[in-house]
Design a binder for this molecule. Structure first.
Ligand code: DC
Length: 225
C-alpha cells in the first residue's frame, strides 16, 4: 500500500495531538508531534542559558541537537528525556519565538519530511498542510474557541501536575496564536485544500469519528475502533 500522510493543523491547544494520536493508533499510522520538536529546541536554548527572544543566539544550536520522538510518546533531546520539561509554562511561553526563526524551521522541517517519507503518518502542527507536506492526502484544520481551548489546556496541565492559572493559560494561548499566525515564514493558516473542523462543541470521540470519516472519503482507508 502507498504511504499516506494526514496533516492536522490548527491554533494552540485545539486538541490536535489528542486526536492525531488516537487516529494514528486506529489506522496503524505513526504519530508525529512537530510541536514537541519546536518545544525541545526551545528547552535546549533555555538550558544553554540563551535567550529564546534572541534569534542569532538561538540559531547557534542549529546542527547540534538530536531530537527523537519515540513511539511511546517520549521526547529525547541529545539523549535527555525532556517529555515533561517541554510542557512547562516557561517553554510554552517561549516556543513561538523559536518557531518564528526561519533557519530553525528549515532544520526541523527537514527532519519532519524525512520522518514522513517512508511511513504512513499523522502529523500535527501549524504548517503541515501548507508547507511541510503540501501533498498530504488528507488535510484537516482543527479549531475551537479560545475559551474552550484554554479550558482544555488548563485541565490537561492540572492532570499533569503543571501549575498554571486559567488567566495564564488564556494569555499564553492568545499570545501564541498571534505570534504563530503573524510570523513571516510558514505562518499558521488553513491550507486551501484543508477541511475545517470546529471542535468547540464536540467531544474527543466525535472529533475522532469526524476525522476517520474524512480519511475514508479521501483515501478509502478505514480503521477499526
Ligand atoms: O502544538 P504545540 O503547542 O506543542 O506547538 C508549540 C509551538 O510550536 C507553537 O506555539 C507553534 C510552534 N509550531 C510551529 O510553528 N509549527 C509546527 N509545525 C508545530 C508547532
Amino acid at each position: 500500500m502507498k504511504n499516506i500522510s494526514i496533516a492536522i493543523d490548527g491554533p494552540a491547544a485545539a486538541g490536535k495531538s489528542t486526536i492525531a494520536k488516537r487516529v494514528a493508533a486506529i489506522l496503524g499510522f505513526v504519530y508525529i508531534d512537530t510541536g514537541a520538536m519546536y518545544r525541545a529546541f526551545t528547552w535546549a536554548v533555555m538550558q544553554a542559558g540563551l535567550n529564546p527572544e534572541d534569534e542569532a543566539a538561538s540559531c547557534t544550536l542549529i546542527g547540534k541537537l538530536k531530537i527523537d520522538l519515540l513511539e511511546n510518546g517520549t521526547v529525547l533531546c541529545n539523549g535527555t528525556d525532556v517529555t515533561r520539561a517541554i510542557r512547562e509554562p516557561a517553554v510554552s511561553s517561549n516556543v513561538s519565538y523559536i518557531a518564528s526563526y526561519k533557519n530553525i524551521r528549515l532544520e526541523l522541517v527537514e527532519m519532519q519530511r524525512a520522518l514522513a517519507e517512508s511511513k504512513s503518518v499523522v502529523m500535527d502542527g501549524r504548517d503541515i498542510g501548507t508547507y511541510v507536506l503540501p501533498n498530504a492526502e488528507v488535510k484537516i484544520y482543527q479549531i475551537a474557541s479560545v475559551e474552550c481551548r484554554a479550558k482544555r489546556r488548563y485541565k490537561e496541565n492540572q492532570e499533569k501536575g503543571i501549575p498554571t492559572t486559567m488567566e495564564e493559560v488564556i494569555a499564553d494561548v492568545k499570545k501564541r496564536d498571534y505570534i504563530d499566525s503573524h510570523r513571516d515564514f510558514a505562518p499558521l493558516r488553513q491550507a486551501e485544500d484543508a477541511i475545517p473542523l470546529d471542535t468547540s462543541e464536540m467531544d474527543i470521540d466525535e472529533v475522532v469519528d469526524a476525522v476517520l470519516k474524512i480519511v475514508k472519503e479521501k483515501t478509502g482507508v478505514e480503521g477499526c475502533r
